[in-house]
Design a protein around this ligand. Structure first.
Ligand code: MF3
Ligand code: CO
Length: 250
């Protein structure tokens, strides 16, 4: 069942989402070559405490950290480690979620570390564009897979592929609610969108093909072919004209 949120629920999801956005912005500005991914997790946790908010991911199905940090060919769910050092030329995906007053917010960005390859620049640009193109479709009068199809079309028409194994999701009182929101699909299909539905829209785009593999740690998802992967995500409310981004700094 896909729920339509009340104004009060939307306010609370927005508050959680704004904290996610603020912290992601700060982390983005602080990423430096030589830093470990564990240091990023520590920074995220310090910032969370100042907002009196809880990490959404820690303990979720046994996930051991507060943020996912996924580098280069890692797609999502990279576990922070003191041994994993960020270097110049890397692209670093930060996926972060917060719980505040019983409601969740969730967002992700992929950050270039100093100079990155031309291909990496294009992959980040196309993936972020795909997110905003999807958000535009999150409007009353559309169906769910209008979002999915628009994202897929933008990624594939630029020569990239969309990951099949992970999807966006409804969000609210739980981190993952109905519906699942694939980043591929047939426009015109799926449920009718209603104002006040709240979705985490999150394209994961690979420079090569869409297949993935999971590391021995049971979490880290990486591209099967070793190609680069990018991830951008916002928590979004369905509205009349277009989706409204809630995971932004007001
Ligand atoms: N942001 C991701 C999602 O929406 C990550 C959650 S998985 C976790 O599904 F285990 F890391 F929490
Ligand atoms: Co998510």
């Amino acid at each position: 069942m896909v729920s339509v949120k009340t104004e009060d629920e939307i306010r609370r999801i927005s508050e959680a989402s704004e904290i996610v956005a603020r912290i992601l912005n700060e982390l983005t500005l602080n990423i430096k070559p030589g830093m470990s991914t564990e240091e990023i997790n520590t920074m995220a946790e310090e910032k969370l405490r100042r907002h009196n908010a809880m990490p959404a991911f820690k303990g979720y199905r046994g996930y051991p950290a507060s943020i996912c940090v996924s580098i280069n060919d890692e797609i999502v769910h990279g576990i922070p480690s003191p041994r994993r050092i960020i270097k110049e030329g890397d692209i670093v995906s930060l996926d972060f979620g917060v719980k505040l007053n019983g409601f969740f917010g969730d967002a992700a960005v992929t950050v270039p570390v100093s100079m990155v390859s031309e291909l990496a620049v294009k992959l980040l640009q196309v993936t972020e564009e795909a997110l905003y193109i999807g958000i535009k479709e999150a409007k009353v009068g559309n169906r769910l897979y209008d979002i999915s199809g628009a994202i897929q079309n933008h990624a594939e028409s630029n020569g990239f592929s969309v990951v099949r194994d992970f999807v966006g999701h409804g969000i609210g009182r739980a981190l993952h609610e109905d519906p699942q929101i694939p980043n591929f699909g047939q426009r015109g299909k799926g449920i009718k969108l209603e104002r006040g539905m709240v979705f985490a829209v999150e394209p994961m785009v690979n420079a090569g093909d869409y297949r993935i593999k999971i590391d021995q740690d049971g979490w880290t998802a990486r591209t099967y072919d070793g190609s680069l992967s990018a991830h951008f995500e916002h928590t979004v409310m369905v509205d009349y004209e277009h989706g409204v981004v809630l995971s932004k700094v007001n």
